[in-house]
Design a protein around this ligand. Structure first.
Ligand SMILES: [Zn+2]
Length: 655
């Protein structure tokens, strides 16, 4: 997953054990004793069993008003049954199933309504009693698609022209069942004239009614659907796909939906770069672990912007004009890497048997951090990112992480373990709190690993040997191979013997007051600060004044609202904090330009830089003794070292 936000950049169980395989007879769902308040005098209720495939019909015809209708039919036996709503969502690494948006819930069997009761402790669980004689249970409910609220897939996903349907939002399943073992027969009804794409196979299609072939609950939730009025398919695999002589299998395509016809007009050069991305990934991993792969790309200013990985697809959502502003398309490279690193190979703590059990995110610095490193390398090798944009973005990332006061107390591993909190933390005080740094610091750490392998083997090996070993093997359909930290260390040792456990331990599991910049240095470059504009920071200039490396301040461009402050910086020492509003700089009314000019001119100014700010109802002016100028981060070549970064960024695939 990848959050795309410049503003944030600065982004129990059934009686049967849930681990135990479900019996061939079906999935039980007894309610806990505490919930048996309705039962007869001390008589334990028989346990209902759910057998066969569950039928799920999603009526999405009211997508434009953000209202989805679901109807589910389960084959059941009489007794107590608990159905649950997916809570822990794969790829989101957090318990943010949108239970609050599930409404209109009713159950019936044999024409009679069956009352339900929510579990008072587990709010994602619903208890009901299936009466004698009932063979099937019908569940009917609606999903209110958020308008601007919620996180990731729970955030805005529908517009007047398109819809992104995440199956986990519109289904219930028996408590205690493994999601690999529950089969679903899903169907979807779309608004008239809309076209769709998904990794699911359609068994039949008639007008806007699509019946999908039965799949496991795991696969269903892993296979969102995008649909819309403006829709385009872009094949990305002109030649024989890797790992097969059959040109009909393991192919890759991009599917575009947008709010306007213009939004999905893809320039020919971007199509070529995207095809190169697929070829570069083949070169990096040496195998494909999917039957078909769909880049599902939504181009809209009205949906939430992020990327969410799946095994055979990714749900990436970007601004409407992104096909002409190609830097933001880099997210698709990150999400594509996840098909190998995250889906095929997954930390054991994130490979849970169902959607209710908590996930352990400690190894997200591999899952997301390595993906960040490999994805950005692929974005550059394919040409979607320019080499200079890659380097400028790396410089900005390194500079920001190196100034973060939160490094003094929080090891990187804790940002991974606490990911479920940090994804949803406010932007204020981010530098002191630290955010989901396992992404961007992972970029630095895996660059460190890659350059160390190259150095240890005198250029004979690289991170790609690790990728072939760890993520490659035989091409084939989706499967999950969980791993532990020891497995990562063992694979690294197989590529290049070294004390990798100590290497990773000192950078990830210990408090490190400075950012891990060794990878940049070892690659023949260094982090340097000049007055020249950083190309990546420039892309966010309309939104903010980024002065973390100079005054120690990040400010909203339109109104001077302070977003974040570095404690031990000129602004921090002057008592400025998040939520305060800058009114004037050096006696001039605030504008982004006035603040930038004052920072630039501080180099030659004789006196301090003065900032007038409002804090609640107090107005105050403070002097900042600062004369360092803009201090924008860049990478600077170290002449006497080989340019390993240049080698890393060079395209691999044959053209
Ligand atoms: Zn990711």
């Amino acid at each position: 997953m990848r959050r795309i936000s410049l503003a944030l950049l600065l982004a129990l169980c059934a009686l049967a054990s849930p681990q135990a395989p479900a019996s061939a007879q079906g999935f039980g769902g007894a309610r806990p004793a505490s919930a048996q308040g309705f039962g007869g005098a001390g008589q334990p209720a028989a346990q209902s069993r759910v057998t066969g495939a569950i039928t799920l019909a999603l009526d999405a015809r009211e997508t434009p008003r953000k209202l989805l209708h679901a109807r589910e039919t389960l084959t059941v036996t009489p007794g107590a049954l608990t159905l649950v709503y997916p809570k822990w969502l794969p790829g989101e690494h957090a318990p943010n199933g949108a239970i609050d948006d599930l409404v209109g819930l009713t159950f019936s069997a044999g024409g009679k309504t069956i009352p339900w009761r929510r579990d008072p402790v587990d709010l994602f669980a619903f208890h009901l009693d299936i009466p004698q004689g009932a063979g099937t249970l019908d569940a009917s409910f609606d999903f209110l698609s958020a308008i601007g609220a919620g996180g990731f897939s729970s955030a805005s996903s529908e517009t007047a022209h398109l819809g992104i349907y995440s199956w986990n939002q519109v289904l219930l399943y028996p408590q205690g069942a493994r999601t690999d073992d529950v089969m679903f027969r899903a169907s979807l009804q779309l608004p008239a004239g809309w076209k769709f794409a998904t990794a699911l196979k359609a068994a039949s299609e008639n007008g806007g009614q699509i019946d999908f072939a039965p799949v496991s609950l795991t696969t269903l939730v892993d296979s969102p659907v995008i649909a819309g009025e403006y829709f385009k398919v872009v094949p990305l695999d002109p030649s024989t796909p890797l790992g097969t002589s059959d040109t009909s299998s393991r192919r890759v395509e991009a599917d575009l939906v947008g709010d306007t016809a213009a939004s999905i007009e893809i320039p020919a050069d971007l199509t070529q770069k995207w095809k190169r991305l697929v070829q570069e990934a083949d070169a990096m991993f040496g195998a494909r672990h999917y039957d078909r792969y769909h880049f599902l790309l939504t181009l809209s200013d009205r949906v939430a912007h992020f990327g969410l990985e799946h095994h055979q697809s990714n749900d990436s959502r970007v601004n409407e004009n992104s096909l002409t502003q190609q830097n933001s398309i880099g997210v698709v490279a990150h999400e594509y890497v996840h098909s190998w690193n995250g889906k095929f190979r997954r930390p054991a703590g994130l490979a849970t048997p169902d959607f209710q059990q908590p996930m352990d995110g400690e190894l997200l610095w591999v899952y997301e951090g390595l993906t960040q490193y490999l994805g950005y390398v692929l974005a550059e090798r394919s040409g979607i990112w320019s080499e200079s944009y890659y380097k400028e973005r790396l410089a900005e990332t390194a500079a920001y992480l190196d100034t973060e006061p939160g490094r003094e107390w929080r090891p990187l591993a804790d940002t991974a373990t606490a990911a479920q909190l940090l994804y949803f933390s406010p932007g204020q005080w981010t530098a002191y709190r630290r955010s989901t740094d396992f992404y961007d610091e992972g970029w630095l750490i895996w660059l460190d690993v890659d350059t160390t392998i190259r150095e240890l083997t005198r250029g004979a090996k690289s991170i790609e040997d690790f990728c072939h070993l760890f993520h490659g093997g035989e091409s084939g359909p989706p499967m999950v191979k969980p791993y532990t930290l020891d497995d990562v260390v063992a694979a690294l040792n197989q590529v290049a013997p070294h004390d990798w456990k100590a290497f990773l331990g000192s950078r990830i599991y210990q408090v490190t007051p400075r950012a891990p910049l060794d990878g940049i240095t070892r690659s023949g470059w260094r982090l340097a600060y000049t007055d020249a504009k950083n190309e990546f920071i420039k892309t966010g200039d309309g939104d903010r004044v980024e002065a973390m490396s100079s005054l120690g301040l990040r400010v909203r461009a339109r109104d001077g609202m302070v977003n974040d402050v570095i404690l031990n910086s000129p602004a921090g020492k002057a008592g400025i904090g998040p939520g305060m509003q800058i009114l004037a700089v050096n006696g001039l009314r605030f504008s982004a330009e006035v603040l930038r000019n004052a920072i630039r001119d501080s180099k030659t100014a004789s006196g301090p830089l003065t900032i007038e700010f409002q804090n609640d109802d107090l107005v105050k002016t403070v002097p900042l003794d600062y004369h360092g100028g803009m201090r924008e981060p860049h990478l600077e070549r170290v002449a006497d070292k080989p340019d390993l970064l240049g080698q890393i960024l060079a395209a691999r695939a044959r053209r």
